[in-house]
Ligand binder design. Sequence first.
Ligand SMILES: [Zn+2]
Length: 337
Amino acid sequence: MLNVYSITATAENWVHDAVYAKVKSALEALNSGGTAPDWADGMHEDLADREALKRCYDAFRAAAEGLSVKQRTKVLRVLEDQNNIPAVFDGVTACLRIDATPARIRKPTAALFAAAFDALKSLKVRDRQYQTIFDTLPGKCCPFCGIEPFESPGLAREDLDHYLPRSLYPFAGANLRNLAPMGGKCNRAYKKDQDIICDDNTGQRRRCFDPYGENWATVSLMASRPFEGESVGPFRLPAWQVDLLGDALSVATWDQIFQIRHRYLSEQAQCAFPRVDGAFRILVQRAGGFHFDTGRGDRRLRTISRFCPSVDSRRRRSLEAGGVRDAVPSMCGIGCL
Ligand SMILES: [Zn+2]
C-alpha cells in the first residue's frame, strides 16, 4: 500500500475489547467447570442493554456449553490467533481460521461479532475512526491503490474493510486493528473476500502490509522508456514500466490482491501526453493533497518544476522549455509517496 493509517485511529477499540473479554471469560469459566457469565455482568454500560448483542451472546454461550473442554480450548486458541494483530501479518505467525473450530460454534461466532461490528456504527465509533484517519492521511485517497479519492467525513462513507476477512476470521470482525477504510473498487472489485494472509491457490501463508503499521510501498515509473510505447493519435506513449518498491513479500501480496501493476498500466499510466494533466493530478494528490490547478502549456510545466524542487536544474530547464521527453517520467517518478 502507498500509505498507512495513524494508529491513533484504533484507540477506541472498547467494543471489541468488551466482546472479546466476554467470550474469553465464558469459555474459560465453562472449562473450569463453572457457569458462563450473563451478558450484562460487568459489561460496558453502552453495551449492556443492547438486545442484538445479548441475543447473539446467549446463542454463543449455549453452543459453547455443548462443547468438550478440548473443543473449547481450540475455540480459545482461534479467538486469540485471529486477534494477534499485527503479528499475523508477518506471513509466519500461526493464525487458525474459523473452520478449525467445531461446526456448531461457527454461526453463533459470526453473528456475535457481526452484531459488535454493527454497534460500531450506531455508537459512532466508525465515524470517529474515519475522522482521525481522514485528518491525518496525506493525499486523502485510498492508500491501497492511490487512485480512489476519499470522501470527507459526513459524506458517503468509504467501505470499512475487514482486512482479515470475517468469513474466515470472524473473531476479528469488530477489532479496529483489523478494520481499514478502503475505496469501493479496491474492496469490492479486487480484494473481495480474499485471504490477505494465505494464498488460497497455493495454501501458503503470505506476508502483507499492516494498514496501521510503519511500512508502505512506493511506485516508480522511472524505468519507463519515453516514446517507445503504443501510438495514440499523433502521440507515441512511453513504454511504461511500473516498479513497486518496498518489502518484497508484502509488495507481492499487495499487487496480487489489488492488481496494482495491472491497474496502473490500464487506468493510470497509459496517459498520453494530451491527458497528462490527469495523471499528474493523481500523482500529486498521492504525494500530499496538493491541489493542482489544471493549466496549459508553460503554466503546467512551471507547476511541475515548483512542485519538484529536487529536479536538477538541467532537467527543470528541460521541463520549462517544454521538454516532453523528460516530463512524463520525471513527473511519474517524483510524485509518488
Ligand atoms: Zn483503492
